[in-house]
Write a protein that binds this ligand. Structure first.
Ligand code: ZN
Length: 165
């Protein structure tokens, strides 16, 4: 492996231990349950989910799961519990979902990443990554995308490394 790639991999593992450097501006996530699937979205308007709980209470176990899993990268207060919501049951569900990561798939996101030298913009869409880092333009990965792959363990598909031209 070339020295520049080794250097980026090293940097990526440093970044992976500092997830607060990343901030999700938007996010689409699918939850695959035993009986039904739901889609959670985060955008400038905040959270939404296709499940019935969210339609009633404006909070649900799916969003609560993501608030836990992605906490340092959201930079927003958790949604408040709602009157009438079954909090005990929803907390229990959210805890179970966060341990069943194979049911959760990140479809797309847009994120800013505070690098050591510069801020970068990273996007992900159905396995396709983009990054504003110059190394990414040459090699299809950069320390930021590799750090996010580590942080999001298994919820995203890894970016494909391009060989040295
Ligand atoms: Zn939901």
């Amino acid at each position: 492996m070339d020295a520049s790639m080794i250097n980026k991999i090293q940097k990526a593992s440093e970044y992976a231990s500092q997830p607060e450097r990343a901030t999700f501006n938007s996010l689409t996530v699918q939850f695959h349950g035993a009986n039904s699937s739901h889609t959670v979205e985060l955008g400038s308007e905040g959270w939404s989910c296709t499940c019935r709980g969210f339609q009633t209470y404006a909070i649900c176990p799916h969003i609560m799961t993501l608030e836990t899993l992605l906490k340092p990268m959201l930079k927003r207060k958790p949604l408040p519990y709602a009157p009438g919501q079954n909090i005990v049951s929803d907390v229990r569900k959210a805890k179970r979902y966060s341990q069943e990561l194979d049911r959760i798939r990140i479809v797309s996101f847009e994120c800013s990443f505070e690098g050591y030298n510069k801020n970068h913009h990273i996007t992900y869409d159905e396995g396709r990554w983009t990054s504003t880092a110059s190394f990414f333009a040459q090699r299809g990965v950069c320390s930021h995308t590799m750090a996010l792959e580590k942080i999001l363990k298994g919820l995203v598909e890894p970016a494909r490394v391009q060989p040295v031209a």
